[in-house]
Write a protein that binds this ligand. Structure first.
Ligand code: ADP
Ligand code: MG
Ligand code: MG
Ligand code: MG
Ligand code: MG
Length: 441
């Protein structure tokens, strides 16, 4: 509305903003932005700012290359690492075609569409992700895989530098409006986790993008590289993005039922059933890189099997202990290389199908699945997650519901990316092969 626009323009002036960054994400979840001087603010807020979408990954379609960015006013944030005198602010934007229609390849639109569909039944999808990452040393301006705290003496404790960086990251995120709930050093050396408060999935996806960007920026200012790669180092834990999910109706958590078994509502059980039913297809967007599948292996608390449990952490879906408003299911496969808009859209659509079709989940698995024999797993009906990107992509193509949720434009673009990545990977001769075969044969 005109009022909201003029209030925002006043705020921009009051905050001394000199540059605006109009942010959106490509198919791979990479943040892109167009920076505009503040003189253009009124134009941007009223009509949007045009750009050429033809060189953005997953946007390519020459006949549709004239695109327009429209800022979402609720996402206004000052960038804390810029000076107050010459402030810089960013908006997350929605992408439109020149003809005024939403662009189907905009990941934010894909999630919006899934959220609007759930809203028909009165549901809001809330997500709270737990992003893990490594802080690595830089050498000559390039990232390495050397730990920040390498060297035997400090094996169990992060060095002062890592602690300082984490504190600075948290201060910056707090200034940007994040409500940080917890932060801790993770299982592996140099690995960290910072948890922020859940929100509706659209704003959480915006937050995930902002979070990664802010963490990388703050680390770089200390000469470190923050990596969200899924499995940077063989033999130690990879980095996950466990995603806590719940549905709310009329502001009330719809997964909580004090009188039900485990105090989990039927809606919750059906949602779990939908997630499990479509888990293999969701994997394509929750774990989108070749390297993602090096994390989904036994032995490191990452899931490999399609199952759920109210108690154990070896399952794909876990129900954490808190109840009441905190009742949620934790989907443990996603990693932080995912495009959060696409991953959340796929998860929501799967869960909503469970709710609408009243699908019953299989029995919860309270044993450690890694200790079960293949025969025991088969009898319990426990499927395996895809073992690599090619298999995950086939699982996506075989799943009409998830393909429809993503839309034909995105599925086609994902197909192009998967084929190119897989071909590049499978034709490469890797160091492992040389170690294994060069001397022997
Ligand atoms: P874990 O016990 O698996 O380590 P964390 O405590 O690290 O879990 O993270 C919990 C996440 O769940 C936080 O992001 C939190 O905001 C989120 N969360 C809490 N309640 C809900 C809810 N009702 N719906 C979605 N997410 C929630
Ligand atoms: Mg956690
Ligand atoms: Mg915790
Ligand atoms: Mg963790
Ligand atoms: Mg967790």
């Amino acid at each position: 509305s005109r009022d909201a626009t003029s209030a925002m323009l006043e705020r921009i002036e009051k905050d001394n903003v000199k540059f605006l960054r109009l942010q959106f994400t490509d198919l791979l979840g990479m943040p892109k932005n167009v920076a505009i001087p503040v003189k253009q603010a009124e134009k941007a807020l009223t009509g949007g700012i045009g750009f050429d979408g033809s060189s953005i990954e997953g946007f390519v379609r020459i006949e549709e290359s004239d695109m327009v960015l429209k800022p979402d006013l609720s996402t206004y944030t000052l960038l804390p690492w810029r000076s107050r005198e010459c402030a810089e602010a960013r908006f997350v934007c929605d992408v439109y075609l020149a003809n005024g229609r939403p662009f189907e390849g905009d990941p934010r639109y894909v999630l919006r569409r899934a959220m609007e569909d759930a809203a028909k039944d009165g549901y809001v999808f809330n997500t709270g992700p737990e992003l893990e990452f490594f802080l690595f040393k830089m050498l000559d301006g390039r990232p390495t895989t050397q730990f920040q705290d390498v060297g035997g003496y400090f094996d169990l404790a992060p060095t002062d530098l890592a602690e300082d960086v984490r504190r600075e990251i948290i201060l910056a995120l707090t200034e940007m409006g994040f409500e940080i709930e917890a932060s801790h050093h993770e299982v592996a050396e140099s690995q960290h986790e910072i948890d922020f408060k859940y929100s509706d999935a659209l704003h959480t996806a915006d937050n995930v993008i902002t979070f990664k960007f802010a963490v990388k920026t703050m680390a770089l200012m200390r000469g470190l590289h923050a990596s969200f790669m899924a499995k940077p180092i063989y033999g130690i834990c990879g980095s996950g993005m466990h995603t806590n999910c719940s549905l709310a109706k009329d502001g009330v958590n719809a997964f909580f039922d004090p009188d039900a078994p485990l105090q989990l509502s039927e809606t919750c059980m059906h949602f779990i059933a939908g997630l499990l039913k479509h888990a293999r297809a969701i994997t394509r967007v929750a774990n989108p890189t070749i390297n993602s599948y090096k994390r989904l292996v036994p032995g490191y608390e990452a899931p490999c099997y399609v199952s759920w449990s109210a108690s154990n952490r070896s399952t794909l879906v876990r129900v954490p202990a808190p109840r009441g408003n905190s009742t949620r299911v934790e989907f443990r496969s996603p990693d932080p290389t995912c495009n959060p808009y696409l991953a959340f859209a796929a998860m929501l659509t799967a869960g909503m199908e469970g709710v609408r079709q009243k699908i019953e989940p299989p029995a919860g698995v309270d044993k450690n699945i890694y200790h079960m024999t293949p025969e025991e797993r088969r009898r319990a009906g426990i499927e395996t997650l895809p073992g690599d990107l090619a298999e995950a992509h086939q699982a996506l193509l075989a799943d009409d519901l998830i393909c429809r949720a993503l839309g034909p434009h995105v599925v086609e673009a994902l197909t192009n990316v998967a084929n190119a990545e897989w071909d590049a990977y499978r034709t490469m001769v890797h160091p492992w092969e040389l170690d294994r075969y060069l001397a022997t044969y």
